[in-house]
Design a protein around this ligand. Sequence first.
Ligand code: MEV
Length: 321
Amino acid sequence: MVEIEAPAKAILLGEHAVVYGKPALAVAIDLPLRMRLLPAEGWRLDQEEFQPRRRGYIAAALERAWQGGPLAMTIRSSIPPASGLGSSAAVTCATLAGAMTLAARTWDSRALASSAFDVEWAVQGAASPTDTSTIAHGGGILLRPAGSESSPLIDGHRSPLWELSRGARAWEVSAIEVPRLSLVVGNTGVKGRTTDLVAAVRARTEQDAAARAAIERIGALTMEGTEALLRGDLATLGQLMAEDHALLRSLGVSHPALEALVSGAAPVSLGAKLTGAGGGGSIIALTDDVERTAHAIVKAGGMPYVVEVDRQGTRVVGEAP
Ligand code: MEV
């Protein structure tokens, strides 16, 4: 038996633009998913027959990492599904880590991030390695186009981790030192479909110069926001999150329920924006008063989660012969 824990993730700046090779800043957050895997007589998931067609991420992860016999798997997750918080990447990382551990293969967060990105790409189509790398490694993660110029401030606070590429795109993934942040997630309860939202943004950028300009500006403000974070200038980071939200709205990936939560949280936060693919899902608010922000999210019809940055990433939490 092996038991794996994987965190959720929140993108602070740069979603959607990162698919086009722009930078993104994300943190792993302490909403854990726990998965147990145990050799068994037949394939099971949560006491029921495992249906690979209905659980594409798990099936694709097992295809890559498990050559053994049937497994009984159980998942306990505090990550709301299809909420922009990385539930698919967490289940992918947990399945891969569990299968590799059961097969007595050594693995580290680099190997996990690489395989998890392969799985996400196979199941979801166009994607960046943001979610999978953040959940595999934990802490703060900065993605940038490989070979891009850096600033002394960013270079002084980042540790290069790995590079991942797909077609013409290559991303350099770094761990970035993130101070303690007061963050509140607000979930709308409306499910967003990442594949459709990424495809909608692609169609828009192909037809509309304003959409291409929005992607460029998101890339630039992500670097400005990362520098602000590293200077400890959370007021500027919050303003840039608000600007990022307005640009994402202009790209068509917001939703009335997201607008309600951002409007409710913004007056009592340093900044609030949708996080992840949008179309429903969640907002993330940076605040200096988590209780007021959480209360504002409830008043606006959302479910608040006061979260901390998870610094451990995906890990084995239990093992028995
Ligand atoms: C999804 O969490 C973030 C997107 O940028 C897609 C991706 O990066 O794969 C919308």
